[in-house]
Design a protein around this ligand. Structure first.
Ligand code: ATP
Length: 680
């Protein structure tokens, strides 16, 4: 079973001109372990969410076993059941009242027998909870961060999906837990799918992987075996990834000790073997510079594994340097004499084709090193030794067809640098014009429009009052407008219930009782509640166009005149601004829960939707988030006051401009017109 992405592109939800993923053409073959690496913000999590059927591509298509994943904005549950995603932060995916409920929520879509469920929970706990902290009745929120990460992994592993997609699985985990996870991945057979792991932890995962996809600015910058990618350290560095420790140590060894070993010895054991072999070759060639090299190596604080590997061979080496006389010693030439030993030149040439080549190129690379025609010794990059050191599944790349081809992106370090600068520019949030307006002007506009709306007693007046409010949303990101529609939709349900109750007439005479509906009273209620709806929409506009700090300052400024007459306005300002701040928070929490329901509950829903039956479960995490946020805000407020400057006095941060005067004047004109209208 394969996952295939064909020309997949994903736009930022709030800015369709910003591409989070560009032209992704990737095939992940079954049995494979693929790493997604890249600078922070390069698109790893987004790609994982696309693979998991959580984010729908804006263009292109994704196939699971050649079946299109998305159909009319949804993914079929049968496909979702084959995909398991662990999120970057465990708190993004845990929500239940107890550890047991977490497991049951993940396993429910699989409709297992009670015994099988029990067996899987026990097996997962045995793997991920060696200390026995997962008491079934315990709240997941009482676990430490690392324990939460283990629980998140345990619930996903218990579901045993074909494809395990893990976002930074080792973040916040101690070494022992990382070791447990690696053992589990190595041990598990995965005939139907594979692993895709987004990570910055190259040391841990490179030795395990079959394939590494390097992302930069939302595009594939390099794609190949771990060894092939390590042989192009400049690509990794240009993509902002950094090098695994072994590759760094190999560079240091060459720089300081003049000892060349391949940069793709991915484990300490392989690196040590390569160093020992290089030293043996040098000794046998009569080279004499080793003691000096070793002293330099030790003085430079090189990794202890390198020093240990050099150990006795170094002491036995002759004192005088000698040119590499035999072909077997070619790899031991000092860097100054030969910047790249012959095998490295060969590799560089092969991998220089990487961007436009198929993954076959990367498979070919290790073989090229061992080619009999190669002037270098086979011990430089022991491809045969690779498999003996780290047994792994047959490389999925060996069967990669044209669909696995990499996009013909220019991945020279220079262009990657340019791509990351471009990506940073793209990442700047779109500045809606309203964000630049002084919050005091927005407060005044808001108050004027709300009072004008409340003055209206007829539908025409209310419709006229709605016009300036709705005009305020022009130019705001689509995501914000969608959020507003959601708020309004919930309010409309409240309206329908209110109107139905207001119009309902129950009379008990004559007996038993008669049921009627007073349309006039219902119509009055519709008008009243619609006025309220307009106030809510205006409040939402104000909240989404005003950063929190500005809102508090603006409100403080409005209220400071009351303060002069000894009215305590600080707490009022805080309370009002918190209410505004919580609206977007609730929307965000809703989005998070929708993601959990689709990823863990395997619900075939459109992004942003939540099943009715999951709503009770949403209440607890929502309240918790609100409490956390409130606590954070309280602390921030306290800190701000520590300088002895109350919030309401921060007027100097605000800057009144001509556009603010125009905004207030426009509000005054609207207010006067609407007030006249309401009096007709
Ligand atoms: N909902 C969103 N709206 C706008 N931009 C977004 C959204 N989600 C992600 N992005 C942007 O998309 C880019 C890729 O984000 P993503 O989380 O995929 O990166 P990443 O490689 O996983 O980063 P990290 O290593 O820090 O987790 C970032 O620039 C991020 O700011």
């Amino acid at each position: 079973m394969s996952i295939r992405l064909h020309n997949v592109e994903v736009n930022a939800p709030d800015n369709k001109n910003k591409k989070l993923l560009k032209q992704m053409d990737i095939t992940l073959e079954k049995g494979s372990i693929t790493l997604l690496v890249g600078h922070t913000g390069s698109g790893k999590s987004t790609l994982l969410q696309v693979l998991a059927g959580i984010v729908e591509p804006d263009s292109g298509a994704i196939y699971l076993d050649e079946q299109p994943m998305w159909h009319k904005g949804k993914v079929a549950p049968s496909l979702l059941l084959r995909l398991g995603l662990t999120f970057q932060f465990p708190e993004q995916q845990l929500f239940a009242r107890s550890v047991e409920q977490e497991f049951l929520y993940s396993l429910r879509p699989y409709r297992l027998s009670a015994e099988e469920r029990e067996r899987r929970i026990r097996a997962a706990c045995a793997e991920f909870d060696p200390d026995g902290v997962f008491a079934m009745e315990r709240s997941p929120f009482s676990l430490s961060g690392g324990q939460q990460r283990r629980l998140a992994l345990a619930t996903t592993f218990a579901a045993a999906p074909d494809w395990l997609l893990m976002d930074e699985p080792t973040a916040g985990m101690e070494a022992a837990a990382v070791g447990d996870l690696l053992r589990l991945i190595r041990r598990s057979e995965r005939p139907m799918g594979g692993y895709v792991i987004a990570t910055h932890d190259l040391d841990t995962f490179l030795p395990l992987a079959d394939r590494v996809i390097v992302l930069a600015g939302g595009a594939v910058a390099a794609d190949g075996t771990p060894e092939a990618v390590c042989r192009r350290p400049e690509l990794l560095q240009a993509a902002g990834v950094g090098l695994p420790s072994c590759a760094e140590a190999a560079q240091a060894l060459e720089r300081i000790g003049g000892i060349v070993i391949p940069p793709d010895t991915l484990t300490p054991e392989r690196a040590a073997a390569a160093i020992a072999e290089a030293l043996r070759a040098r000794t046998s060639a009569g080279a004499a510079a080793q003691p000096a090299s070793m002293a330099a190596l030790a003085g430079a604080g090189s990794p202890t594994w390198a020093a240990a590997a050099c150990g006795s061979a170094a002491l036995a080496a002759p004192a005088a340097a000698a040119p590499a006389a035999s072909p077997g010693a070619a790899n031991a030439q000092p860097h100054a004499a030969a910047p790249l030993s012959p095998p490295f030149e060969a590799n560089a040439a092969i991998i220089a084709d990487m961007p436009s080549a198929t993954p076959d190129v990367f498979r070919a690379a290790p073989c090229a090193e061992a080619s009999p025609s190669s002037p270098g010794p086979s011990n430089v990059q022991p491809s045969a030794a690779d498999s003996s050191v780290l047994p792994r599944a047959a490389s999925p790349l060996s069967s990669a067809g044209p669909s696995g081809a990499m996009p013909s992106t220019d991945t020279s370090p220079k262009s990657l640098g340019a791509a990351s600068v471009q990506a940073e520019e793209d990442a700047l949030p779109p500045r809606a014009a309203w964000h630049r307006v002084d919050p005091r002007a927005k407060w005044m506009l808001y108050v004027l429009l709300v009072i004008a709306a409340m003055l209206q007693h007829h539908w025409t007046g209310l419709a006229a009052a709605a016009v300036p409010v709705l005009l305020g949303f022009i130019g705001l990101p689509r995501m914000v407008i969608r959020g507003g529609v959601k708020v309004a939709r919930s309010f409309v349900i409240f309206m329908i219930v209110s109107v139905a109750l207001a119009g309902l007439q129950i009379s008990f005479e004559p007996s038993p009782f008669t049921l009627g509906f007073d349309t006039q009273r219902a119509a009055e209620t519709v008008l009243n509640v619609s006025r309220l709806l307009l106030v809510v929409v205006a409040g939402y506009w104000f909240a989404v166009t005003t950063p929190y700090g500005q809102m508090v300052q603006g409100l403080g400024w409005v209220l400071k005149y009351l303060k002069k007459v000894k009215i305590p306005v600080d707490s009022f300002a805080l309370a009002v601004s918190l209410i505004f701040r919580f609206l977007p928070l609730i929307l965000r929490e809703w989005q998070r829960f929708s993601t959990i329901v689709r990823a863990r509950g395997k619900a075939s829903l459109r992004p942003g939707a939540v099943r009715m039956r999951d709503i009770p479960a949403l209440v607890v995490p929502l309240l918790l988030s609100l409490f956390y946020k409130a606590e954070e805000m309280t602390m921030a407020m306290e800190l701000k006051r520590m300088g002895g400057q109350p919030l309401t006095a921060q007027k100097h941060m605000l800057n009144w401009a001509k556009r603010d005067t125009v905004t207030v004047l426009a509000g005054v004109v609207c207010f006067i017109l609407l007030a006249i209208w309401s009096g007709r």
